[in-house]
Design a protein around this ligand. Structure first.
Ligand code: NAD
Length: 481
């Protein structure tokens, strides 16, 4: 497998001719290469995007939407192949890629192909005096930078609103999982996008990513990734007054009251803890349970987690695959060791592992689903993002204490609340310092809703018209009557 850049409609290696390794985390083996692009490639991509901008911005929204719909058709037609590619590149179960990642990538493209045709500007009448109308103009060349955990899903979530609103895009997928973005790039021409409108460059964040955010012609950056990277991007670009959307890390709480629907809360909390090996920014990694329910809920969750076995991600029956890389596995294992030194009791898991009876997977990067209790809310394991199949469980006395524990975090992305008392659900939700709250559910997504976090989880919102607003600049025109 050889991944290539897409610059000005041409698929090409990096101008330096240097390559990076592609790793299959389920086997711990190199299986291909991607371009190690740098500032010369950024220059070529930004210059192509800049040349294409005037004409793309003047293209009717319906025509831009038609290109996006054709791209969505190509994703749908190649869905099985994309799901396998995502699984191989990331380590996630092919069943998850086939039911979540790839269908959602297609939906993102279709959603924004439609949304742009319903996106209207406002007017404000000053009776008898003047008429104001507010144009929403595309920004120019924008950068879209995405992470490895939901590779094509999060990549399309950014490039779709950026492109349909008339911007030219230079996108950079994660170097750890670049394959599905590359496959998408092979269909960009066929979908009808003019050369230069949609460019995709590959390589290291610290090299090609950094050159991209610093380029003076890049007017806006939509970034999803770690909080430290987001802080770096903000510090570099804020003095240049670039528009920024930052979707960053999380340390989400699942708050479980004793009047909840027990079976539903249990099954969903198992999923919100370990789906995608815990590598979803929305996973609930701090489980808070009302004291009266605590022993029963804890024991049932541990029993279910113990039954989860890692398996071959390519086997359609596998629910738990590999984590994304050796470095990431080692970081997760180090957090488990830290939990022990902080006084945590490992209730299940806690070790690296590999699928039974499959010799070719013995060098892959697998971690057992791990539940830890007995940690103080302020300890590092309860404060730092682990981003793996590791959760902590803690009892709380009452609503007030639950809120205090949940909000005791520098992150503020999402939370789940489990109760059948609607008044309590509303009270707790409105007091939570997060951008998203799910009551009696998790990861139920309506793409029209605002998506994003507060505190160290980010700045700005994606989703619905919010993303179209981000990717356009309002200009008010006042006509005296
Ligand atoms: P990361 O910050 O290491 O990398 C994200 C992207 O940024 C990659 O494409 C990387 O190459 C690029 N990058 C790195 N350094 C850069 C630089 N100096 N300039 C420009 N680009 C640079 O994050 P990751 O490890 O890929 O992803 C995991 C993180 O993403 C977790 O913290 C997770 O919580 C977060 N995340 C957040 C959301 C959300 O919606 N809030 C969604 C998914 C993941």
């Amino acid at each position: 497998m050889k991944v290539l850049n897409l610059i000005n409609g041409v698929l090409s290696p990096a101008s330096s001719s240097q390559w990076l390794d592609l790793t299959n985390p389920s086997e711990g083996k190199t299986y291909g290469h991607l371009p190690r692009s740098g500032s010369a490639d950024v220059e070529l991509a930004v210059s192509a995007a800049n040349s294409a901008f005037k004409s793309w911005a003047a293209t009717p929204a319906g025509e831009r939407a038609a290109c996006m719909s054709r791209l969505a058709d190509l994703v749908r037609d190649n869905a099985d192949m994309l799901a396998e590619a995502e699984s191989r590149d990331n380590g996630k179960p092919v069943s998850l890629a086939g039911t979540v990642d790839i269908p959602r990538a297609e939906k993102n493209l279709r959603f924004y192909a439609s949304a742009i045709q319903h996106f209207a500007s406002e007017s404000h009448v000053m009776e008898g005096v003047a008429l104001n109308y507010t144009l929403r103009k595309p920004l120019g060349v924008v950068a879209c930078i995405s992470p490895w955990n939901l590779p094509l899903y999060l990549f399309t979530w950014k490039v779709a609103p950026a492109l349909v609103s008339g911007n030219c895009v230079v996108a950079k997928p994660s170097e750890i999982t670049p394959v599905t973005a590359y496959l998408l790039s092979t269909w960009v021409k066929e979908a009808g996008f003019p050369d230069g409108v949609f460019n995709i460059i590959h390589g290291l964040g610290s090299e090609v990513g950094d050159a991209l955010i610093r380029h003076p012609k890049v007017t806006a950056i939509s970034f999803t990734g770690g909080t430290a990277t987001g802080a770096h991007i903000a510090s570099v670009t804020a003095p240049k007054f670039k528009k920024l959307s930052l979707e960053l890390g999380g340390k989400n709480a699942a708050i479980i009251f004793d009047d909840c629907d027990f079976d539903d809360a249990l099954a969903t909390t198992l999923r919100s803890s370990f789906a995608n090996q815990g590598q979803i920014c929305l996973c609930g990694s701090r489980i808070l349970v009302e004291k009266s329910l605590y022993p029963r809920f804890r024991d049932a969750l541990v029993a279910k987690a113990k039954k989860m076995k890692v398996g071959d991600p390519m086997d359609p029956s596998t629910k738990m695959g590999a984590v994304v890389s050796k470095d990431h596995r080692d970081k997760i294992l180090a957090s488990i060791e830290l939990a022990k030194t902080e006084g945590g009791k490992i209730l299940c898991g806690g070790e690296k592992t590999s699928p039974e009876g499959l010799p070719h997977l013995q060098n892959g990067y697998y971690v057992q689903p791990t539940i830890i209790e007995g940690l103080s809310p302020n300890c590092r394991v309860n404060q730092e993002e682990i981003f793996g199949p590791v959760v902590t469980i803690q009892p709380f006395e009452n609503e007030e204490e639950a809120l205090e524990m949940a909000n005791n975090s520098e992150y503020g992305l999402a939370a789940t609340v489990w109760t059948n008392d609607l008044k309590q659900a509303h009270r707790v939700s409105s007091e939570l310092e997060t951008g998203i709250v799910w009551v009696n559910c998790w990861l139920l997504r309506d793409l029209r809703t605002p998506f994003g976090g507060v505190k160290n989880s980010g700045v700005g919102r994606e989703g619905g018209f919010e993303a179209l607003q981000f990717f356009t600049e309002p200009q008010n025109v006042c006509i005296k009557l």
